[in-house]
Design a protein around this ligand. Sequence first.
Ligand code: PEP
Ligand code: MN
Length: 357
Amino acid sequence: MSDQLDALRAQLDDVNLKLLELINERGKIVQKIGEVKSKSGQKRFDPVRERKMLDIIAEHNKGPFDTDTLQHLFKQIFQLSLGLQEDDNRKALLVSRKKKPEDTIVDLKGIKIGNGEQHLITGPCSVESYEQVREVAEAMKAQGLKLLRGGAFKPRTSPYDFQGLGKEGLEILKRVAEELDMVVISEVMNPNDVEMACEYIDVIQIGARNMQNFDLLKEVGGTDKPVLLKRGLSATIDEFVKAAEYILAKGNGNVMLCERGIRTYERATRNTLDISAVPILKQETHLPVLVDVTHSTGRRDLLLPTAKAAFAIGADAIMAEVHPDPAVALSDSAQQMDISQFNDFVQSLRDAGLYKL
Ligand code: PEP
Ligand code: MN
């Protein structure tokens, strides 16, 4: 009994080795076909040819496997063989570390993001008036901060909520930035506004709701402005990385990725800050990685602890919202810091040895 089993197993091992040899032999032929096709400019995948191969299998199948099962198996072999025709370098995305092992450093008017120093990006949720932006910018300046964020085009859930000042908001940002020598980051939602906005701002922000607005990604990819790309509300890391790839594929390599929390079942926070996305994105891509503690938590009391965690885990910059009087802010009233809370926030990070600039 056991002798018979051993004999059958030995036969099986033999067949496995023959199959292994045949599959690899097949792979080599497919690679040669790939070379011939690439010389003549033909497409790798040929559905007519594949159908013919599947028909031949059906014609010759004598069982015990049924034809559907075998065709399924062969389709997998076909697909893996096609993969052999691509070299590893071509398979790697432009954003990936495989393609570019060294860190990308994005230069924001002399401030380098991604070189190991850690920065703070702050400012109001929405630009509401010149005085409001100027007051926040002065407080930032007093702390030695130059990276000013502020929304002029606001992506609001309800059409009846404040939609932002639009171009007038950009004008205010530019005026304050010129007066106080600051760098302006602001969201653009419409591909048609990109060119106009570039005259006012230094960094184009693409918001969470537009992470997969492919026309917008392509449009900013065609500029040479640094881009701050936020992770979509329910985007996987893979989808996030591929959205960034759209921008690089159009020629703009100055992209910063911003984790801003994702939607989960948890309601204690506005979103769930996916802190492990930071080291994952840093391992898999060469781009700077930022963390927005305001929109991820939606809670003022969590801004400091999450900022500490983000710096400790290696974020290149943290984004947080500051308003002179959050209680009357036209957006995100519950989570913006006022000026004195902002000063405490920066000081606490410095005291913890986490913010060194
Ligand atoms: C913002 O930063 O102003 C904003 C709207 O954030 P998000 O796109 O991440 O929701
Ligand atoms: Mn906001």
